[in-house]
Design a protein around this ligand. Structure first.
Ligand code: ADP
Length: 148
């Protein structure tokens, strides 16, 4: 059983995140979408509601699990018995950020990070952009996966 964690804030979970999970399922037997809890961050959607929403989106996909965690991602990966971390890359800025974390995680735990490039159609979508549009009264439904 090849299991990967897909950690993130997912505030909110977008069609860009959805695409990474779907494509990740071609590489892994099981993906655990996990919401990192950061008490310092003011979020649009509560952790509980994010877990419920992502669970609903993947309700028909038994290979996707949803969880939340506090503390280090590598500690949660080890507790979940996931030797892989899945992440998405939209730009060189994402790449440099992911490279630093991936190298630290590999050094500290041996956990490998697998990066997938964002679908070009989703490269401009970020949770912060979606939050901002929502704040200013825009309809964000086109950026939120509907699930099956
Ligand atoms: P974090 O706060 O940990 O960066 P995010 O929820 O913003 O969490 O993102 C989680 C992962 O999804 C990151 O690897 C990020 O680069 C990736 N990601 C975010 N938006 C997209 C997108 N539109 N397409 C592909 N990957 C994305």
């Amino acid at each position: 059983m090849k299991r990967a964690l897909f950690p993130g804030s997912f505030d909110p979970f977008t069609i860009g995140h959805y695409d990474i999970v779907k494509r990740g399922l071609a590489l892994f037997d099981e993906i655990v979408v996990c919401i990192g809890i950061n008490d310092q961050k003011q979020t649009l959607v509560s952790t509980q509601d994010r877990v419920a929403e992502i669970t609903r989106i993947f309700a028909n996909d038994p290979r996707v699990r949803v969880a939340s965690y506090e503390g280090l991602t590598i500690d949660f990966a080890q507790a979940t018995e996931a030797p892989f971390i899945l992440r998405g890359v939209r730009s060189i800025i994402d790449f440099e950020y992911e490279r630093g974390i991936a190298e630290a995680n590999k050094h500290l735990s041996g956990i490998e990070t697998i990066l997938l490039f964002a679908d070009p159609q989703h490269g401009f979508i970020s949770s912060s952009m979606v939050r901002d549009l929502h704040k200013h009264g825009q309809d964000i439904s086109q950026f939120i996966p509907q699930g099956k």
